[in-house]
Design a protein around this ligand. Structure first.
Ligand SMILES: NC(=O)c1ccc[n+]([C@@H]2O[C@H](COP(=O)([O-])OP(=O)(O)OC[C@H]3O[C@@H](n4cnc5c(N)ncnc54)[C@H](OP(=O)(O)O)[C@@H]3O)[C@@H](O)[C@H]2O)c1
Length: 251
């Protein structure tokens, strides 16, 4: 339950080694979020993240969670909700893939779609139901500006995020009146390990800046957050650019 000043007391991260998630968790731990679950594939990075959050005063548990292993989601997530009341769930897992290779190999393309879309549908349904049972809580879903319009250079990832984005919007609408809030976050290029070595695109940003926008959006009860905010206007224009012109744009 949020404290008397409205600060979330508990956070569950799905994709606990994500750089954007870690920036968000760090800021929330510094602002009175005392219980944090980092769910993700076992790694040194997730353990290091947990250790750092503990130094900020949070009690942290690392939970083995594979977004692709959908058959296990119910068991893993039910254990968390049975143990605790969760104020905020941050769905942060995702893979960028390698478009040039993935479009030649259906198994590789499906693996991207499976994690980004199917894994999110599976865990999102479970989290939505668990928050509804609690009668409160926010689910924050890391979508992307890529979800707004699939680009030639990145359409496998973009289409998986478009599916995720539509799913999260619908889930949010289905939760109106239940006390559950779903917030879709659409960042552009963020400087994280996912984009390491890639050329920055215009309006690129940092995990810390995205975390600030997530925390502000949570406070306001927003349903959509663009990161940075200017993407709201850029994408509303790009959405209407004719296809022959759109595929020639250098992005
Ligand atoms: N960086 C950007 O430019 C950008 C832009 C828009 C949206 N986003 C989205 O923001 C989210 C966070 O990305 P990020 O930038 O913070 O990158 P990141 O640091 O690479 O985080 C992605 C996370 O997804 C996890 N993951 C991948 N496959 C998984 C699986 N099967 N099961 C569980 N976890 C899995 C990774 O965990 P492992 O350590 O196990 O690999 C990693 O922690 C992603 O959904 C991404 O698509 C990022």
């Amino acid at each position: 339950m949020k404290d008397s000043l409205g600060a979330p007391q508990s956070l569950l991260v799905l994709g606990g080694s994500s750089d954007i998630a870690m920036s968000t968790a760090r800021k929330m731990a510094a602002a009175r979020t005392k219980k944090i679950y980092l769910a993700g594939r076992p790694s040194q990075r997730i353990e290091d993240n947990a250790a750092e959050l503990r130094t900020l005063g949070a009690t942290v548990e690392v939970i083995p969670f594979d977004a692709a292993a959908t058959d296990d989601h119910d068991k893993v997530l039910s254990q968390v909700f049975a143990a605790d009341d969760i104020d905020v769930v941050l769905l942060a897992f995702g893979v960028l893939g390698d478009q040039a290779e993935d479009e030649k190999d259906p198994a590789r393309a499906v693996a991207v779609a499976h994690v980004n879309y199917t894994g999110a549908v599976s865990s999102g349904i479970i989290v939505g139901q668990a928050l509804k049972k609690q009668g409160h809580g926010s689910l924050v879903v890391l979508s992307s500006v890529a979800a707004e319009r699939a680009r030639r250079a990145n359409f496998i990832y973009g289409s998986s995020k478009a599916g995720l984005d539509a799913f999260a919007q619908g889930l949010g609408d289905s939760m109106v009146g239940t006390g559950v809030h779903v917030m879709v976050v659409r960042p552009g290029f963020v400087d994280t390990k996912m984009t390491q070595g890639k050329e920055k695109t215009p309006l690129s940003t940092t995990p810390d800046a995205v975390a600030d926008l997530i925390i502000t959006g949570l406070r306001r009860g927003s349903h959509t957050v663009w990161a940075p905010g200017a993407f709201r206007y850029v994408m509303s224009g790009l959405r209407h650019v004719p296809r022959p012109l759109f595929r020639r744009l250098p992005m």
